[in-house]
Design a protein around this ligand. Structure first.
Ligand SMILES: Nc1ncnc2c1ncn2[C@@H]1O[C@H](COP(=O)(O)OP(=O)(O)OP(=O)(O)O)[C@@H](O)[C@H]1O
Length: 246
């Protein structure tokens, strides 16, 4: 499988502290990957580098069939190239309906004031319906987003990412604060999305990672400590020492 995203030899320091240290990572398309690691391992900084928020001091970050360097692109160009990121805290438009939120996301490359003025057109209605079905919110389209449960808001935000047609989704701690039923739904959703997309899930909850049933990358001190199935990495002595055994 060809790589969709490939980092090699990436390092970044903050005030002399190496948050990412000679990191190499690759993911294919489609693929589901979990990233785990102790606090401060560099998981957030990794996502910041991929999305262009943080620029590495050294290394390469290559994207797509043409191996375009993401280091030359702005954050918005990277988003348009097909990389979507979901932060831990949902940031849906609380006062708008689920349908309006998805409609805004379909049109999103403009400024926030422009998107607020837009109304869903017939042309976008099918797309909105398909995304709502994908995320399990078909019956909730007329509801005000602020009234949704925490889990439903997370799914809506994933739907808003999908509206942008990403090839790679970066999802930060999706299971945090969810009920067991919401976690099960989220697992199913991420697995289904990973049939057509590259999906990177950063997660601390090991039960959740186990249910994802995917390859796992363990980060520690800004580098890959171990990689493979969850059983493989959790049997690794170094992983036990720095992460699991604490
Ligand atoms: N802008 C910054 N300035 C200074 N230090 C930073 C900055 N961003 C990250 N760091 C440091 O880099 C290291 C890696 O941080 P990062 O947030 O990437 O870890 P993480 O694996 O996401 O941790 P957590 O699981 O707690 O979210 C930490 O020691 C953090 O304090």
């Amino acid at each position: 499988m060809a790589s969709l995203l490939e980092l090699s030899g990436v390092s970044v320091s903050f005030d002399g502290f190496r948050a990412i240290n000679n990191l190499s990572f690759q993911i294919g398309e489609p693929e589901l990957r979990a990233i785990i690691g102790p606090n401060g391992a560099g998981k957030t900084t990794f996502m910041d580098i991929v999305t262009g928020k943080t620029r590495p001091d050294t290394g390469r970050v290559l994207w797509g069939e043409k191996s375009v360097s993401l280091l030359k692109l702005s954050e918005s160009q990277i988003a348009r190239a097909g990389i979507g990121r979901k932060f831990q805290k949902p940031t849906v438009f609380e006062a708008q309906t689920v349908r309006e939120n998805l409609a805004m996301a379909l049109k999103a490359p403009r400024g926030p004031l422009d998107v607020l003025r837009l109304r869903p057109t017939q042309a976008s209605a099918d797309r909105i319906a398909a995304i709502a079905a994908e995320i399990g919110l078909s019956d909730d389209l007329p509801r005000i987003a602020g009234e949704l449960s925490h889990g439903q808001k997370q799914w809506l935000e994933i739907g808003m990412l999908l509206a942008q047609d990403p090839r790679l989704l970066l999802v930060d701690e999706p299971a945090a604060g969810m009920t067991p039923a919401e976690r099960a739904h989220t697992t199913d959703l991420l697995k289904r999305l990973a049939e057509r997309h590259a999906v990177v899930v950063v997660e601390h909850d090991m039960d959740f990672v186990r249910r994802l049933g995917c390859k796992v990358t363990v980060l520690h001190e800004g580098s890959v400590l171990a990689e493979g199935s969850l059983d493989h990495v959790t049997a690794n002595r170094d992983v036990i020492d720095v992460y699991l055994g604490r």
